[in-house]
Design a protein around this ligand. Structure first.
Ligand code: NAD
Length: 261
């Protein structure tokens, strides 16, 4: 019988310690892939992505472990809207994402890899012309952080996800020209430690639980619901998927914005 030999792929990711990232890591490892995980808690590289030093450590660490290149990168680390100061959300959910993607770009080009950004179905709730979103996109971390510290967690969270998604869309042509596909997954409420923190919050908890109860398919997501789709987005079967934002949210975005796409 002919043996089918599949090549082992190498992925790097942030936020692989818990939740969606941990589930994706397990699925990729189970498929025989290699996964380099960067996280503040546990992983191959321990780094605090809210800081310049942590981001540099993360990029340097991945480069040392995968000099041959990457088949994919998943900047999954993120903080919930209840994390304070709110600038921490901007730093981890937006600026660290962009800096690590840019820092690993040549490794992705080397193996014609792809990036799956982690957006959110809350991203469309903040407009593109929001001043915090614009400050993120201009790359001015100090100004974005200064502004968002005086605003609210929802604007910080949804705004940073909006900015990540717009950055992805704006860079699709440039990256695709070098053989690298950029896409984003936009999860709805998923049962992870991040969501536990939001549900426990005095201000946001009740509203988030009510939103969870309104999901059209009748339940909130498990990490595997999201990771299954991300794994496909990273696969060769998705070779023509480029610049897409895939909502994996049980129908919530369609319910809220039926006429808008
Ligand atoms: P999670 O809290 O289980 O995972 C987040 C991971 O990021 C953890 O492993 C954590 O240690 C890591 N992390 C946090 N701060 C860090 C830092 N400063 N440096 C390095 N690592 C850090 O949460 P999750 O729900 O699995 O979230 C994964 C991604 O999915 C996040 O980007 C989140 O915004 C996004 N998301 C989650 C939901 C949801 O409902 N859970 C919905 C939409 C999008």
């Amino acid at each position: 019988m002919e043996r089918v030999v599949t090549k082992m792929r190498t992925f790097a990711m942030t936020g692989g310690a818990t939740g969606i990232g941990a589930e994706l890591k397990e699925q990729l490892l189970a498929a025989g892939d290699r996964v380099i995980s960067v996280d503040i808690k546990e992983g191959d590289i321990i780094a605090d992505l809210s800081t310049d030093d942590g981001r540099a450590l993360a990029v340097r660490g991945v480069r040392e472990l995968a000099p041959e290149g990457l088949d994919g990168f998943i900047p999954c680390a993120g903080l919930p809207p209840v994390a304070t100061p709110f600038s921490l959300i901007a730093r981890v959910n937006y600026f660290a994402v962009i800096e690590t993607v840019e820092g690993l770009r040549d490794l992705l080009e080397r193996k014609q890899g792809s990036v799956v950004f982690v957006s959110s179905n809350s991203a469309p709730m903040v407009p593109t012309d929001d001043s915090f979103v614009q400050k993120c996109l201009s790359g001015d971390e100090a100004a974005a952080c200064k502004e968002i510290d005086d605003r609210d967690g929802h604007s910080a969270y949804a705004g940073s996800k909006r900015a990540v998604t717009l950055w992805m869309r704006r860079h699709v042509v440039e990256y695709a020209g070098k053989g690298v596909r950029l896409n984003a997954v936009a999860p709805g409420i998923t049962m992870t430690p991040l969501t536990d923190r939001v549900f426990e919050d005095e201000e946001l908890g009740a509203a988030m639980k009510a939103f969870g109860d309104s999901v059209p398919v009748g339940r909130t997501a498990q990490p595997a619901d999201i990771a299954n789709v991300m794994r496909y987005m990273l696969s060769d079967e998705a070779a023509y998927l480029c610049g897409s934002v895939i909502f994996v949210d049980g129908g919530s975005d369609a319910m809220l914005r039926s006429d808008d796409f």
